[in-house]
Design a protein around this ligand. Structure first.
Ligand code: NG6
Ligand code: CA
Length: 509
């Protein structure tokens, strides 16, 4: 019964009062009585809270993302579940905290598929609701069974965990293989030039960044000294597959075309699109059209390019008359980083810009800027323009959209926060666990954050972002001190005890 009430509530948001009166049992309702808007997640890679000008803390203009925010809900307290990519994406797609999955940490390009085909996922759940599902862009959740033949059918992959269509970069733009994989097959591969991948050793005679710096157009600062493609050395080795190798400067246009075509193909039926941008992850190599445009070097230019993609995508929805029937979410997998392995002037040309917003830390961090990310939801004509202070997390999408579309979820950590996500509830979650690197945790509750003592350096090696690791217990009152300047642990032993117990209980679940 509570489900039908919920659907009635949603239809009152949607202004479809006729549908609300018909919605008796949402679980068995026909498609005309359940809300089935298209759902799109625009997911950036390493974009900081302060990188979106709608948050008014940086100096880089992102007009298209801001427009999305102005027409929808700008969340001030939106989170990824981890300070790096793979674990955040794992959570977003499965509704599970990453610590529940052993291998949910930054994966190499030959790592086996992390999500098993038996697991429930956001796209699979939505397939059950009649959606056509697609993923375009960065994957980084592993592929295959541990013994991939890159020249054959690569499986299990995105298609086996709920995506009807996939056009992906398998890992990251700084890792081999530097090829796109479409529905389990490498795109543009010449069978006479088979692709081989290794993360152990180089293939004899192949150049590397370390041996052949003269071949590089962008120099590495740390790691990233292995195989070279397009004048950039990467992590990992590759040989062959030359006709399939990507050109970094064309990647945005390619994903943009793919995304627009996906929408065009599916305009007549409900679709879910996970559109995972590669920017501003390293190597930052935007198209020539954006070079020099930000005044902040390649990192800023890459963000402007991503902002352009957002604009193109929104225009397409408008052109097809889909804006009022599409929920668009914009977020990032983790916070900002400047030098993440290449000399690209990110630090030198930063100027007054503050990608970390008002927060401490950044990518890899347990502190706020690691996981407190841009978070925008727009449902044109259905949800009022507003800012929200509700605590929202990406791993709640699965339970929330299951509730919206009349499906069930088995995801153990995901909460139905559809009211918060659609601007009807100002509170959202009352607690949240987020992860830094090395199995470290922060626990949020009622505006406070507790960080247990953790071994390790206070700064991420080379990168320089604060890790948040400390021998001391940390406790911050985020509602008064978002910049985490004052550790209140000694003042509130009772709060520490309570939060510690709550965190342990969630971990033990
Ligand atoms: C690190 C890489 C970094 C980046 C990161 C993954 C080095 C020195 N650093 O190991 O450049 O690729 O992994 O980033 O190799 S993420 O956003 O996909 O999690
Ligand atoms: Ca990332």
């Amino acid at each position: 019964a509570h489900l039908s009430l919920l659907s009635a509530a949603l239809f009152s948001i949607a202004g479809c009062s006729n549908a609300a009166t018909e919605a008796t049992d949402i679980t068995t309702a026909t498609s005309s009585t359940v809300a089935k808007p298209n759902i799109v997640i625009l997911y950036t890679d390493d974009l900081g809270y302060g990188d979106v000008s709608a948050y008014k803390s940086g100096t880089l203009p992102t007009p298209n993302i801001d427009k999305l925010a102005n027409e929808g809900i700008l969340f001030n307290r939106g989170y990824a579940t981890a300070g790096t990519c793979t674990p955040s994406r794992y959570s977003l797609l499965t509704g599970e905290y990453p610590f529940r999955k052993k291998r949910a940490r930054v994966l190499q390009g030959d790592a086996p598929m992390l999500i098993t085909p038996e697991q429930q996922t956001l796209p699979k759940m939505l397939q059950g609701a009649g959606y056509t599902t697609g993923v375009i862009g960065k994957w980084h959740l592993g592929l295959g069974d541990g013994n991939i033949d890159w020249n054959g059918h690569i499986t299990p992959g995105a298609n086996e965990i709920g995506f009807d269509y996939s056009y992906i970069m398998g890992a990251t733009n700084d890792r081999t293989p530097n090829v796109y994989v479409k529905n389990g097959r490498v795109v543009n591969l010449d069978p006479n030039d088979p692709l081989e991948i290794s993360y152990k050793k180089n293939f004899p005679g192949e150049p590397t960044g370390k041996k052949n710096p003269e071949l590089l157009k962008m120099k590495f600062s740390q790691g990233h000294n292995s195989s070279i493609n397009n004048g950039v050395s990467r992590i990992g080795y590759q040989r062959g597959g030359k006709s399939a190798m990507w050109v970094d400067e064309d990647m945005a246009d390619l994903f943009n075309d793919e995304a627009l075509q996906f929408v065009e193909r599916n305009k007549a039926k409900p679709f879910f699109l996970f559109y995972a941008f590669h920017q501003p992850h390293v190597p930052r190599m935007p198209n020539q059209r954006f070079v020099g445009k930000s005044g902040q070097g390649p990192r800023g230019d890459a963000i402007l390019e991503a902002d352009w993609q957002v604009g193109q995508f929104m225009q397409k929805l408008d052109d097809l008359g889909l804006s009022e029937n599409t929920i668009v979410i914009f977020s990032s997998d983790n916070g900002h980083v400047l030098d993440d392995g290449y000399h690209d002037d990110a630090e030198e040309k930063l100027g007054d810009h503050t990608p970390w917003g008002p927060f401490r830390g950044g990518k890899y961090s347990l502190l706020e800027a690691g996981t407190h990310v841009p978070f925008i939801v727009r449902w044109q004509g259905k949800v009022k323009s507003q800012t929200s202070n509700a605590l929202v997390s990406q791993h709640d999408f699965i339970a929330s959209f299951a509730a919206l579309t009349g499906q069930k979820t088995t995801a153990m950590d995901s909460e139905n926060q559809i009211d918060a996500l659609l601007g009807k509830d100002e509170n959202g979650r009352d607690h949240l666990v987020v992860q830094g690197t090395k199995n470290s945790f922060s626990y949020h509750q009622d505006g406070w954050v507790y960080i247990p003592p953790h071994k390790g350096k206070g700064y991420a090696t080379f990168v320089g972002n604060e890790s948040g690791f400390s021998k001391e217990t940390q406790l911050y009152n985020l509602s008064k001190d978002p910049g985490q300047t004052t550790n209140l642990a000694e003042k509130h032993p009772e709060k520490i005890a309570e939060m510690k117990a709550a965190l342990e209980a969630i971990k033990a679940k």
